[in-house]
Design a protein around this ligand. Structure first.
Ligand SMILES: O=C(O)CCC(=O)C(=O)O
Length: 225
């Protein structure tokens, strides 16, 4: 399940929103240099720690609306933990020059951090959603492999847990996707191994995103980060 959808308006609205909030919450941020967007994103993250309740509600509404376009008419909701705290709707991620995301899958339900959430969701479903906010100078493409956590004999490094990328690329199908600013992709990241190519050059890659899954009765979509 992978489709770039291109909702430029979403990214525009969200980046605009960050800038607006960053200006309001941290005066002077607009004076920052050529890496202005990143500086603003950082400023926003800083601000987020200062005033989470006010920001969470509005951001959640924006993400609900964007993800509802892909939910098959199902309501899209941010889950709450049993102590009442809301899950974070998304995270902002920056990959700078020389950085990459190595080959992996995101089927992490067995981990303790999913102790509560895995009772609410259909654990056969786990989808990453990622919006590109800034394209890097070079690199940053998404590679998706025809390999799942259940594929027998997936090549591993001698340490027994890291995947052997070279052998996987020789033996399995791979697709490469280049995102534009405003593209949103949904990827069955619990099933397909994937990675993000190494960034080159001064302009870093900025994305926002998280995960989503169907509830046990498949009537709603829950998303978190
Ligand atoms: O940033 C991306 O394009 C992919 C992020 C990722 O690896 C994931 O969501 O599991």
């Amino acid at each position: 399940m992978f489709f770039p959808a291109g909702p430029a308006a979403l990214a525009g609205a969200i980046v605009g929103d960050f800038e607006e909030r960053a200006r309001r919450l941290k005066p002077g941020v607009e004076d920052l240099g050529e890496d202005g967007l990143i500086a603003r994103v950082h400023a926003f993250e800083h601000a987020e720690r200062v005033a989470p309740p006010e920001l969470d509600e509005e951001r959640a509404a924006e993400s609900d609306r964007a993800l509802a376009r892909f939910s098959g008419g199902r309501p899209v909701r941010l889950p709450h933990a049993s102590d009442g705290r809301s899950y974070a709707p998304f995270t902002l991620r920056r990959l700078a020059d020389g950085k990459q995301i190595g080959i992996h899958h995101d089927y992490h339900y067995p981990l303790d951090l999913y102790r509560e959430l895995k009772t609410e969701v259909d654990t056969r479903t786990l989808v990453s959603w990622v919006v590109t906010l800034r394209k890097p100078t070079s690199g940053g493409e998404l590679f998706v492999y025809g390999v799942t956590p259940d594929t027998p004999n997936t090549p591993k490094m001698p340490n027994g847990f890291q995947y052997d990328l070279e052998k996987i690329e020789q033996q399995f199908d791979v697709a490469k996707f280049t995102m534009e600013v405003g593209d949103l992709f949904l990827l069955a990241s619990g099933r397909c191994l994937h990675r993000v190519n190494r960034i080159g050059g001064p302009q870093s890659r900025v994305t926002m995103g998280g995960f989503l899954a169907l509830t046990n009765d498949r009537s709603k979509v829950l998303y978190w980060s």
